[in-house]
Write a new protein. Sequence first.
Lengths: 112, 421
Amino acid sequence: MVAFRRPSGQVSTVILTLAAAPTTWRYGYELCQRLDLTAGTLYKVLMRLADRGLEETTWERDLPAGRPPRHLYRLTGPGRVLAGDLAAEPPAPPTRARPVGALGRRPRLEGT
Amino acid sequence: MNRTQLLGRLGGLVASAAAAAPFAWLWVLMMRNADDPLTAQARLDMAIWMAVFGAPWMLAAWLLWRAWWRQAGAQLSSLDGPGWLLAAAAATLPADRRDWGAAMAAELTQVQDRPARWRFAAGSARAAVFPPADSRAAVGITGALAVAVVATTALATGAALPAGRVFAPTFVGLLGGLVTLTVARSRRVGRAGPGPAVAGLALAGIAACLAATTYYLAEFPTYHRVHPAVTSTSLPPVTAVVLAVVLAGCLGLALTPPRWLVADRHARRFGIAMAIALVAGFVLDSRLVQPGLERGSHGLMDYLINGPLLVILTGSAAAAAVGRSFRSGLWAGAWATVVAAPLLIAAWLTEALRWDQVGRGLVLDGEGGLGVGANLGDAVWWPLVFLALWALPLGVLGAAAGSWRARRRRARAHADLAPTA
């Protein structure tokens, strides 16, 4: 069992987007455009998710000649569990004040 | 001649010209700032000295460009601006994140619109240069600790060792910055180092250098010149900053060297041997050769020219021949410089005390009438000037000569093995 801090808004958005079609491999630039994130933000999120075992990566196969293979991303099992938890959470209140215990809550996940 | 060949040749010319430019500028500066009008002979002599130091740099710059162009330049020549930006940033990624650089570069090929390419490359470069740290808290704590240690050092030095109030906080601040950057950039702080011999020798040199500098700052914070009668600071602020940057840089390279510098064990071994030979030669010259010469007219300036010529040139050539590559010789020269710089400064300061006791004047040129503290500035500037201006290009030339011999031997061996018709 590994503990994870509650992901930030941008990390949650990426996780939920990847979870929308969990078996589909996604491209980095495609995610940038879809989520309107800069490449700098997106790749840091992708690196962090891969570091924590929430995302798996692979290189594109059967590509046309003359083009380098692209990197592909999708959630792992624990990533999908976390995505489920995030989707089930109520949206954060608009004010800065948060209920006691909400900050720093750590969803605990199996199998990483 | 195709575009790649043309770019390769142009690049070589530009690299040589860029290497020559500082020497030409220095010559012009000396001509303009001379107190008395210089004779044509004096101008020519100065120009010859600039050529002596500039020519190895020009040749070294051309050799370095050629080696780099063969390795990666030809591929990079097909890239546009965003591609170059991303390739340069991806080259700084730690080994365990190298795949991400390839991923970003592959993705950039899918972005067609030019402004969008620049935006994508700039964002990806940011992620490559500052990849996510394992723990932001660790980075924050390290940074805060570094600031606290710098502030404490500044206060403590100001009270206990006023002459070191620029050097000590600058050195500690640079170290703090290096540690914070290392924590921020790598998931594995304990990544592969250069090995205990290189790290140990470099650390010993840096420790000796710090100890000697502290002793000088405490005992000889100023020195007096008799003609004209003036009192000068032994470690002026600019020299203090240069010393701090050099020591922090050497420490950083010795403990967390870039991956391309670590891989070659021949280079590390030859680098250590060259550093030891360079410093041992310096001490032997000071103790055995100089006492036999006429007092007050000699110093170790000659050794600073001849020592690297003998040690670095031949050592880099031998490293390249044994490692059978230009890089082996190049990295051996680099390691020799990193390890020798602090050791040479420490040896200079230690020998200066001996010279002062027997009334031999300054270690650099035997000049008398100055306090022993005058050696501190000399010990910082002159080894650095000679290592940077003289030893580094000699290392490149030696590496080129050694690898050329190795290539010839290999070619001859292939020719001997080839079936005869």
